[in-house]
Design a protein around this ligand. Structure first.
Ligand SMILES: [Zn+2]
Length: 371
């Protein structure tokens, strides 16, 4: 491990704010990474993401490997240049999609064999292969391949997947050829504290640049997952970036920041934006709802984004119900802005030593509910 990747500027309770260094530029933390599944944050231009405060985006290795293939992306200068983003990019290992999307997958000690969900091509992913693909994509932060088969609440399955993940960890590190790209390890173990402990010890002992908490976006028991996040956030290595994978309701982000996490990603703001569900400080509004038919207010009166400054709820409802493409685009834009704004407000609150008050006010407003 080279110099620490993260510089911590302030801490308030367990919450922390600082700056992550990547070869394509700095990332202010806590940071929310918009998800650019196939090298595109659906509906958004790179400059719009920048303007709303995004410093880093996530790209899915599985999707880019299947289409257009990492060799083409490499020839086009890597995913940051290919997509026009030209900033820091984190790639996942591909494992999560292999386990959630691919067909006929079989896992063995060396890796996983599967057929992709597009053309049914037989493919193989191992820790070495995942790192090679992520390097070809030009990732600035890579994720170690983990075994995602474990059901969070099934102890035997969670233990098997966690231990195989632990055996794979050193192989990911040994496979790295691009020293300019950071590599994070992933803590697994489902809902079982002793398994999480074992996984954390194995991951923290190795020279990963950052440590992630995985297997928390599988939605069986939100309360239990929240407990794992609160328990293990403060215990991940303090000198390295702490990444909570795939969890992203605003209230979960606030709680995870309170538990010391630095980085987040989630498809919710983009996916919800496409289905007319807008995040606001008072909860999620469904813009298709008939009650907004002649509502002349902005979608979120507390939001300063271009959508809320331009459109009314009545107009957005009209766009969504008539299938106009501006509807899903506006919803996506607003939601991503809302998330970036939330992160900026948390960074300021931590820096100014008032995060506890911010957290209490955030939850109080949310509980008031939509008007
Ligand atoms: Zn807005």
């Amino acid at each position: 491990m080279a110099d620490p990747m993260i510089r911590l500027d302030a801490q308030d309770g367990d919450a922390r704010t600082g700056l992550l260094t990547t070869r394509r530029g700095p990332v202010r933390t806590p940071a929310f990474m918009p998800v650019g599944t196939a090298g595109s944050v659906k509906g958004m231009f790179p400059a719009e993401l920048r303007d709303m405060g995004a410093d880093i985006v996530l790209a899915n290795t599985y999707h880019l490997h299947v289409r257009p293939g990492e060799d083409l992306v490499r020839r086009m200068g890597g995913v940051a240049r290919f997509s026009g983003w030209n900033g820091p990019v984190l790639t996942d290992s591909g494992g999560y999609q292999v386990f959630s999307l691919a067909e006929r997958r079989t896992i063995d000690e060396d890796g996983v064999t599967f057929q992709d969900h597009v053309e049914g091509t037989r493919r193989r992913l191992t820790p070495e292969r995942s790192i090679a693909i992520q390097e070809a994509l030009g990732a600035d932060i890579m994720m170690a391949l983990d075994d995602c088969t474990g059901a969070p609440s099934d102890r035997a399955l969670a233990a098997d997947a966690m231990r195989r993940t632990a055996r794979w960890l050193p192989r990911n590190l040994a496979a790295r050829a691009d020293a300019g790209a950071a590599l994070f390890g992933i803590v697994q173990g489902g809902l079982f504290d002793d398994l999480r402990e074992e996984s954390l010890a194995a991951t923290a002992a190795l020279p990963f640049d950052g440590v992630a908490l995985g297997g928390v976006s599988v939605g069986e028991s939100r309360e239990e997952i929240r407990r794992v996040v609160a328990t293990f956030g403060p215990r991940l290595p303090a000198g390295r970036p702490r990444y909570l994978m795939g969890m992203g309701r605003p209230e979960d982000l606030v709680e995870a920041v309170a538990s010391g996490f630095d980085m987040f990603d989630c498809v919710l703001p983009t996916r919800h934006g496409r289905t007319a569900q807008l995040f606001t400080s008072r909860g999620v509004l469904n813009m298709r709802n008939a009650k907004y038919r002649d509502d002349g207010r902005p979608p979120d009166p507390d939001c300063a984004c271009a959508v809320c400054r331009t459109f009314t709820r009545a107009y957005l409802r009209h766009l969504y119900t008539t299938g106009e493409m501006t509807g899903p685009r506006a919803g996506t834009y607003h939601n991503l802005f809302h998330f970036q704004d939330l992160m900026a407000r948390m960074r300021a609150a931590i820096a100014e030593g008032r995060f506890a008050a911010f957290r209490a006010a955030f939850h109080a407003t949310l509980e008031e509910g939509p008007e």
